[in-house]
Design a protein around this ligand. Structure first.
Ligand SMILES: NC(=O)c1ccc[n+]([C@@H]2O[C@H](COP(=O)([O-])OP(=O)(O)OC[C@H]3O[C@@H](n4cnc5c(N)ncnc54)[C@H](OP(=O)(O)O)[C@@H]3O)[C@@H](O)[C@H]2O)c1
Length: 264
């Protein structure tokens, strides 16, 4: 399949994981639509990638927490038949106990990590399904599977990304549309300082370089993985977890209160 003239959309392409996805997709020959709020950064990345890889890179300054910006971008995505890949990467973390952050901080995480990702997925899906072709890559987190005392909201949003993606994968199982969900653990980006947990305070050995993260995630994609845990050496651990999850779900379909919960 030729990718010439096909566009990959990367949200949150102005830094971190999104900027590396943009570079790697350009290297594969995709034209790009780079989205974030910091237009200068997008523009300089676009110029550099156009020069390095002989592709076309457009930029879109959009605040994806803003309804008008989100709707406008969704309209562009829905109407452009060249769009073949959507990387739902833009995300924020505010790592503090819920009682110590403002409701606005919590709602901003939900707006970007959940609402924008869902809205943009809706935008591309009908055309992807009609063409029986297209790729959606959703950036979740190791915290999709785990909650810390400082990550209740962030973990909640990333739990959504995981379950949303897995449901979509089942809906699209017999189509040519692929959904990959990626669960990075700690990665060396600006996210941490903005989250209130300085990157410098994390154990160095637990933090992955951003390039390694994206290259491993893309290797997972190329191998046909639908759920990729880029830092997990023993993937059998994930498979056991997922099998236990399915068994647990099945075991809950009894229609009866559990014996331990019946009044004596
Ligand atoms: N770093 C980690 O350890 C880690 C681990 C697991 C998952 N993740 C996930 O990886 C994804 C990328 O994060 P990152 O680590 O690369 O952090 P990052 O360097 O801070 O990148 C976040 C990106 O999102 C964009 N963004 C933030 N708010 C936005 C808004 N309101 N509208 C549009 N774009 C917005 C930022 O651009 P502007 O500021 O220019 O808008 C930036 O390009 C996120 O979904 C994050 O949750 C990261």
């Amino acid at each position: 399949m030729s990718i010439s003239g096909k566009i990959a959309v990367v949200t949150g392409a102005s830094s971190g994981i999104g900027a590396i996805y943009a570079a790697r997709l350009a290297q594969r020959g995709y034209d790009l639509l780079l989205v974030a709020r910091r237009g200068e950064r997008l523009h300089s990345l676009a110029t550099q990638l156009e020069q390095n890889f002989a592709i076309k890179a457009a930029t879109r300054v959009a605040d994806l927490e803003n309804e008008a910006d989100l709707t406008a971008l969704a309209t562009t995505l829905a109407e452009d038949p060249a769009i073949a890949v959507l990387v739902n990467n833009a995300g924020i973390a505010r790592l503090n106990p819920v009682a110590e952050v403002s409701p606005q901080d919590s709602l901003a995480q939900i707006a970007l990590n959940i609402t924008a990702l869902t809205r943009l997925t809706h935008a591309v899906l009908p055309a992807f399904k009609a063409r029986n072709e297209g790729v959606i890559i959703n950036i979740a987190s190791a915290l999709s599977l785990h909650a810390l005392p400082i990550s209740a909201v962030y973990s909640g949003t990333k739990g959504f990304v995981l379950n949303f993606s897995r449901g979509l994968q089942q809906e699209l199982a017999n189509t040519g549309v692929r959904v990959q969900v990626v669960l990075p653990a700690a990665t060396a980006t600006d996210l941490w300082d903005a989250a209130g947990v300085p990157l410098a305070t994390l154990p160095k050995e637990a933090v992955m370089a951003t390039e390694h993260l994206v290259d491993a995630a893309m290797a997972g994609f190329d191998m046909g993985e639908s759920v990729t845990l880029p830092s997990l050496a023993d993937n059998a651990l994930w498979e056991r977890f997922d099998t236990a999850r399915a068994e647990l779900f099945a075991a809950m379909q009894t229609g009866q209160p559990a014996p331990r919960l019946l009044k004596l």
